[in-house]
Design a binder for this molecule. Structure first.
Ligand code: 2HA
Ligand code: ZN
Length: 269
C-alpha cells in the first residue's frame, strides 16, 4: 500500500521516533488500552506534493479556533487506537491532518481516514500556543504514568510547585532535564475545551503538566524530548514511593544543593 512516508526519509524518521516512543509508553505501563496521545507538527517536512494531496475525510471541526495553525500539518495518534499497535504500525494507528484556512477545522490527508485522538483540542491548542510564541517545539505527548498519577490523588501535592520541588529533590537529573517543573491542572473532563484552555495557561510556566487524577502532558523539541521530560519526573516519583515503601520520608536534596544545580547547569528557575 502507498504511504505518505514512501520516499520521504525525513518524515519517515520523524514518524519512526513517534513509533519508538509509543513502544516505550506501552512497556512502561503508561498506555493501557487506548491511553495516551501523540501529536507532532510536521509542517516543516511537507513538500508540494503533500500540500496538493486531497482530503480523505470530511471537514471536521476542532471545537475551537487556533489562528497560528493555518495551513499546518500534524501527525496524530488515532482515537481509540493502542500505543502498542502504533509502535509497530504508525500509519494504521494514526493519520496526517491539514488545518484549514478557518483555523477551526481540519481534514485527514494520509494514509487512511483514521480519526485523530479525542484529546485533539488540547494538543492543537498547545501547538497553537507554541507557534504563537515562536517556539521551535514540535511535539506534544499525553500519557498515564502510574506513580505520577497516584501522587495527584493527594491534595497537598496539588499546590503550586509542591510536586515540582519534591520531584526535583529526589535525584539531580530531574531538575537538569525537566527544568521548568510540573504544572498542575485541576481535574477536567477528558477531551474538553476547558481542559485544553487550562493546559495552555500552564504552558506559560511549564513544559510538563499534570492533569489531576488522569495523566500528564508534555511538549518538547521532538517526541523523544517530550517523553524524556516525563520519564525523569516519573523516575523521581518512583524513588519517592520506594523510600516511603521502605518506611521513611526521603530527605531529598537540600535547597542549597538544588540552587547549586541551578547555577551549574544554567537552569531557568
Ligand atoms: O486518548 O488518554 O485522555 C486516550 C486518552 C484520553
Ligand atoms: Zn488520557
Amino acid at each position: 500500500m502507498k504511504s505518505i512516508l514512501d520516499n520521504r526519509p525525513m518524515l519517515a524518521k520523524e514518524i519512526g521516533r513517534v513509533a519508538e516512543v509509543a513502544g516505550y509508553l506501552w512497556q512502561k505501563g503508561w498506555a493501557e488500552r487506548n491511553g495516551g496521545n501523540i501529536v507532532v507538527n510536521i509542517t516543516d517536512l511537507v513538500d508540494d506534493e503533500i500540500a496538493a494531496m486531497p482530503a480523505i475525510s470530511e471537514v471536521k471541526p476542532i471545537g475551537t479556533t487556533l489562528p497560528h495553525l493555518n495551513g499546518c500539518y500534524f501527525y496524530c495518534k488515532g482515537t481509540n487506537k493502542r500505543m502498542r499497535d502504533l509502535a509497530r504500525w504508525p500509519m494504521e494507528n494514526g493519520s496526517v491532518i491539514r488545518i484549514l484556512d478557518d483555523c477551526a477545522s481540519y481534514v485527514i490527508i494520509a494514509d487512511e481516514p483514521v480519526m485523530p485522538t479525542s484529546e485533539l483540542p488540547a494538543h492543537l491548542s498547545m501547538h497553537n500556543y507554541l507557534l504563537g510564541k515562536g517556539s521551535s517545539y514540535k511535539a506534544s505527548l499525553h500519557t498515564h504514568p502510574i506513580e505520577l498519577i497516584a501522587m495527584s490523588h493527594h491534595k497537598p501535592f496539588l499546590k503550586k510547585d509542591v510536586l515540582t520541588n519534591l520531584l526535583w529533590s529526589m535525584i539531580p537529573e530531574t531538575k537538569a532535564f525537566c527544568p521548568r517543573g510540573l504544572g498542575i491542572i485541576p481535574y477536567a473532563l477528558p477531551g474538553s475545551i476547558g481542559l485544553a484552555e487550562a493546559t495552555i495557561a500552564e504552558l506559560k510556566d511549564y513544559d510538563v503538566t499534570m492533569w489531576e487524577k488522569h495523566g500528564v502532558t508534555a511538549v518538547g523539541e521532538d517526541i523523544m524530548d517530550a517523553f524524556d521530560q516525563v520519564d525523569v519526573l516519573s523516575k523521581s516519583a518512583q524513588i519517592y514511593i520506594n523510600a516511603k515503601s521502605m518506611g521513611f520520608e526521603p530527605d531529598g536534596m537540600s535547597q542549597e544543593q538544588m540552587k547549586e544545580m541551578t547555577v551549574a547547569f544554567n537552569l531557568p528557575k
